[in-house]
Design a protein around this ligand. Structure first.
Ligand SMILES: [Zn+2]
Ligand SMILES: [Zn+2]
Length: 750
């Protein structure tokens, strides 16, 4: 990240002699100076870091005197194990963008322009430390001019490991109708393909993206059909911020997030009258959800293409249905040629696949929610306030949104999103990414932390690893891990005061063998206990209930008298007979999942009876409720709750919803009242336990309407803590598992 040149230039400014290097345990600097001068230099260095640099630890001390005549950058020595952080892939920087567009610059129009402040890192590294021979740039020999830039400490590209130019270029290839064209440079041809309504697969940073004209509903429909993806929303890439503003409402924080070095997809609120996309196109893209997932061109290639096209494109992961994003060229040709009309490849290899990251902000309070932490963020997490044990540990995460994490040499690494390890493809991705980490960091694991659920792939993986290498095995219940995740992120693990954890989620195996997901934990004296929960309902048909909201509705509302009229029509005669009989069985598992309550409400109110993609029903419920909440005065008085806390929140709320339906209340209004009642319920439970520090996690808190209602209506004497860096969904689990382990080990050390 240009750290050594930065030190060099600073040393020159201070007229110091000595050297700087970059080894596996970080940067070392030696200078000839007196105490006063070296202290000045030390603080100047800490206070003027280059854009990508973060210092997690630093120290200054006296060494044995060696005289130096000049200041120099010396070669890396690698005698010890890597203690370095892995830098994420960074979006195109402004300096490079300006050069890219400047006809007088020697890199004008060069699609792989980079510098020390931008470009790929994590996606191209094969070995630490980050030096050119340890990246997939090793095959490109720098030309004379690039080499001079590389070796000149006063240049922005000094030691830029990705340095290249049109004379020593990363080259593109075009695959079309079974033919591969080498050294392809005609970007107008790609733009022409979009204009013709064709689908183009393009190799980017973390893998291949499938693209087409976002304003052409027919092209999008074709992409949906070929990709076997009937309804799940597609992400978009717009040429620039100005064009984004034509179609969505863009706040200042949202703009900053789009333009940040991470450059994620941001879910933005579509205007009622879009300029660049027709209503038909929007309907093809997101099926009437109110937000559009938008990103900016984060590589020079995308920047060049979008500048030419001047319109948004669909930019979705190049994969089949929900499997891992394709990143290898041969696999792209064999698998993506069935979807894309042409494929744009290049000869800079990607080492491991990463999807684009996704975040969103709540409308009113601009509360940030990370939905997917991936390209641009993974795999480093820096929080100097966390006190970590020096042991090495692996946390294997969950299943639906698989991610693993490790503490190694007191650094935390959290992998990119790896997919749903229910699928074989994602399991392979999980294994490969783990092997890659082993190769990069050579960790000496002493312990493994797994979820309590014995059938998760990640749990089996962790158990096998522990058995094979005789490692300590730790188990932590799913929702407790969620709670540890939000506690760790907010530096609350050493809190003296009681903290109430509101963990509302899809499903996770509870300590009592039932299915949990509507939990209240209390964290006090480093102990976590389940103090309260929402009540429960019968859990039948296993994963089928998760996929079909109508089944959750049947289970929760089964006792009400309106069932024949409102719910029965959602099932066939046979289904009805079988399911109602199943519900009568005395030995059913009990379920307290709040995710299922959202499903049931969405099925009851709006007919979202069967999911076509994960969490569709609850997203639609939030969407409908937002349409009411943000435009009408809705108050806590509208809560369905009276003074008491209902024993069973599920059946209580369901009866209220059904009653309101029979009164013909506006359904969007009912959905808003449903959300408000949940916040009212949280307040009442917090008061019951007399706790005013409240931390929220679990998939339900991806719901930004719920966050706005919480922030707006929770009394001011409450301190509220949320997940921002990590997702409240299951992606946040491995970080929580690591925090649990860190707590246990600190306690044991005492
Ligand atoms: Zn740059
Ligand atoms: Zn060159």
């Amino acid at each position: 990240m240009g750290f050594r040149p930065f030190v060099y230039r600073l040393a020159k400014k201070y007229r110091l002699t000595g050297w700087v290097n970059n080894t596996n345990d970080g940067v070392h600097i030696e200078i000839n100076s007196d105490n006063k001068q070296s202290t000045h230099f030390y603080y100047a260095l800490l206070n003027s870091l280059p854009p990508l640099a973060t210092i997690t630890r630093s120290a200054i001390y006296k060494t044995k005197f060696t005289a130096h005549t000049d200041f120099s950058i010396v070669k890396s020595e690698n005698s010890i194990k890597p203690k370095l952080l892995l830098t994420p892939d960074v979006a195109l920087c402004d300096d490079c963008r300006n050069e890219l567009r400047n006809p007088a610059d020697r890199r004008h129009g060069y699609p792989f322009i980079t510098c020390t402040n931008c470009g790929p890192r994590y996606s191209i590294i094969t070995k630490l430390p980050y030096d050119r021979p340890n990246t997939t740039m090793v095959r490109f020999k720098m030309c004379k001019v690039c080499n001079e830039e590389y070796n000149n400490p006063m240049e922005r590209r000094h030691f830029s490991q990705t340095n290249s130019c049109p004379d020593c270029a990363v080259e593109m290839q075009l695959y079309e109708k079974g033919k591969l064209t080498q050294n392809f440079t005609n970007l107008d041809y790609i733009v022409h393909q979009w204009q013709q309504g064709n689908i183009v697969a393009i190799k980017g940073v973390g893998g291949y993206l499938l693209t087409c004209d976002a304003a052409n509903p027919k092209a999008i429909a074709k992409l949906r059909k070929r990709k076997h993806r009937p309804t799940k929303p597609f992400a978009l890439m717009y040429p620039d911020v100005e064009s984004i503003k034509k179609d969505v409402v863009l706040s200042e924080v949202e703009k900053e997030e789009l333009q940040s070095i991470h450059a994620p997809i941001v879910l933005l609120r579509a205007k009622s009258n879009l300029e660049l996309l027709s209503p038909e196109a929007v309907n093809e893209i997101n099926r009437s959800l109110s937000r559009l997932g938008i990103m900016l061109p984060y590589t020079p290639l995308y920047d060049l293409l979008l500048t030419k096209f001047k319109k948004p494109i669909i930019a979705t992961s190049g994969n089949i249905t929900d499997s891992t994003i394709i990143f290898q060229d041969d696999k792209a040709i064999s698998a993506l040629s069935k979807i894309a009309d042409i494929i744009l490849l290049n000869n800079r290899d990607i080492v491991i696949p990463q999807d684009d990251g996704v975040v969103q902000f709540s409308k009113k309070h601009q509360q940030k929610v990370t939905l997917r932490r991936s390209r641009g963020k993974a795999p480093t997490y820096i929080n100097p306030k966390l006190q970590l044990p020096s042991k090495t540990v692996l946390a294997t995460g969950s299943m639906l949104k698989s991610v693993f994490g490790l503490i190694n040499q007191q650094n935390i690494y959290i992998s990119q999103y790896l997919g749903n390890t229910d699928s074989y493809d994602a399991q392979c991705n999980y294994d490969q990414t783990f092997n890659h980490f082993e190769k990069l960091l050579s960790p000496d694991f002493e312990a493994v932390v797994v979820d309590k659920h014995p059938d998760y792939y990640s749990t089996r993986f962790g158990r096998m690893l522990a058995k094979k290498h005789h490692l300590g095995l730790y188990e932590i219940q799913h929702h407790k891990a969620h709670f540890y995740s939000v506690l760790g992120e907010n530096n609350l693990l050493d809190s003296e005061e009681k903290i109430l954890g509101v963990i509302w989620d899809g499903t996770g195996l509870g300590d009592d063998g039932n299915i949990w997901g509507g939990e209240f934990f209390v964290y006090h004296n480093k102990q976590m206990t389940r103090e309260y929960f929402t009540g429960d309902f019968n859990f039948i048909l296993a994963d089928k209930m998760v996929r079909e909201p109508r089944i959750a509705l049947l289970s929760i509302a089964g006792e009400t008298k309106e069932i024949e009229e409102l719910i029965k029509p959602k099932f066939t005669e046979t289904e009805w007979k079988v399911y109602t009989r199943l519900l009568q069985k005395p030995d059913n598992l009990k379920c307290s999942s709040m995710g299922r309550l959202f499903d049931a409400a969405a099925s009851l109110l709006f007919g979202f009876d069967v999911h076509s993609f994960e969490a569709e029903a609850s997203m639609q419920l939030e969407n409908r409720a937002s349409k009411y909440y943000y435009y009408h005065p809705v108050l806590m008085q509208d809560s369905y709750l009276d003074d008491d806390i209902p024993d069973n929140l599920f059946t209580f709320l369901m009866k209220k919803l059904i009653h309101d339906i029979t009164l013909q209340t506006d359904k969007n209004h009912i959905a808003a009242k449903f959300h408000i009642s949940l916040v009212d319920y949280i307040i009442k439970v917090a008061r019951k336990f007399n706790i005013n520090k409240i931390a929220f996690s679990g998939g339900v808190f991806q719901n930004t309407l719920l966050l706005d209602i919480i922030l707006e209506n929770m009394p001011v004497d409450f301190d509220l803590y949320f997940q921002k860096e990590f997702s409240p969904n299951d992606e946040g689990i491995p970080f929580g598992q690591l925090m649990y382990w860190a707590c246990q080990n600190k306690a044991n050390n005492k």
